[in-house]
Design a binder for this molecule. Sequence first.
Ligand code: OXD
Ligand code: MN
Length: 586
Amino acid sequence: MNAVPRPQAIPAHGSRLAALNDWVAEVAALTQPDRIHWCDGSDDEYADLLAQMVADGTLLPLNQDTHPGSYLHRSHPDDVARVEHLTFVCTRERDDAGPNNHWMAPREAHAKMDALFDGCMRGRTLYVIPYCMGPIDSPLARCGVEITDSPYVVANMRLMTRMGEAALARIEREGDQGKPFVRGLHSIGELDPDRRFIMHFPEELSIKSYGSGYGGNALLGKKCHALRLASWQAREEGWLAEHMLILGLETPAGETHYIAAAFPSACGKTNLAMLIPPEAYREKGWKVWTVGDDICWMHPGKDGRLWAINPEAGYFGVAPGTSAATNPNALATIQHDTIYTNVAVTDDNQPWWEGLDDRVPALDWQGRPYDAANGPAAHPNARFTVSARQCPSWSPRAEDPQGVPISAIVFGGRRATLMPLVFEARDWAHGVQVGASMGSETTAAATGQVGVMRRDPMAMKPFCGYHFGDYFAHWLSFDKPGAKLPKVFHVNWFRKGDDGKFLWPGFGENIRVLEWIVGRVEGRAHGDGGGHSVGILPAEGAIDLAGLPPVSPALFRVDEQEWQAEKDSVADGLRAMGYPQEPEDG
Ligand code: OXD
Ligand code: MN
């Protein structure tokens, strides 16, 4: 094959780390940008990026009186969600990626991606984004560098990660000690769904993403690094990288328990993480502190407990449904300095979405005059990106380099039938089984049909970077002498009655379930003693329902026959995902 002559690579001397400079030069030689910009993470840099995006129409200023520092981005209408069918884990051995992932051989994947990246940044700026996932001085944090040609991605990465000079300094320090950084290469390409792939190379700690500007596909620190690659690293190193919120629940006795909870995308993690208890609970002294709303890295500590950090620094939350009733803390958080994507706007240019209030929007998410015949005004997966520090319930422990000790792990899905409001697993192994059995109805966070029940073990179906069989075995391996593991629970806020209405009010009232959970952790609250195959259900009266409209007792029980059918469905689902593995022939 003839070598294609290339113009000289633009010199890139942004770091004293040769490995980083060399990689940037190599990428520049392939992608042919007009300019290279090393991001320092400063306020001035952010302001310049915003101004540049306003000038070229990538961002539209929102009403600066009501939402200072806030902007709207309207994405390409075909680029609105994660694309699970175009997301690959590329390991040398197909079996290491498992039947839960799409797989491509690394050599083939690199060739395919490099052909797409060839010359794709002509006329554009190549941005180098050094970032740190986790508090900058935390031994549990990990660093990466994303190269992108999208200023929208740079601005979002600044809100979602610790990005810039401090991260670069850590990467250089660690580089001196031979510690690698995650290399993520991204281009929006032509935003053509037929030229779009998100490839992960866990054995090389690298990511290549082409053809999408959407958060989960393009902000590579988030799903690609902090879940798919980190889950791989976590298995090798003995920790867990999970799709979980982290909250601190302060009790009237003044003790704060930290709870990690895994729900699939767009199933209420942000709402639970920012819960404001109803007045009667607030008066007694209950309070929720937000550590994280999407990702949790848990490491076994010297004391046997699991210690967790939120690797992210911001929220990339679903706007529709967010309101003063469902999540007042989120609403307060996004009143200023927020990037909105694919929301509608009112006639005075305020961001608007279904469920916010009863105003009628002027323009829909595509900028068309609002017409109900065109569907929802905001895209159902419209998002806000905002710094976590703006959240009124932001935990003072969110920046703790040691993380927070986890008292309880909660699994949950969106289940209209069967699943009770809450139950407790009998022990760790049962808890792992409960997580592995999770099912949930699909949402708009990924492209594809919405509302279809699918198995989503630990809410990690789209995010586990390796074989689910190995993943469950890794979870089980934490149960060893000296371990003081969290208790494990399962919740369901979404059960419906025969009339199709939700049986549980949800949102702030979920504190009643959290109260039972920490009561169980402290050995105070009563369970029903088992006696059925589900687990431990709350004893009658153990969940405080005072002041609520009557709640159906069905919500606290499980029909044994239906439960047997569920178990068969779980077994089918797990087999389809390759677990347990078939014994080898012979
Ligand atoms: C997210 C998701 O954006 O899970 O957090 O899709
Ligand atoms: Mn998520």
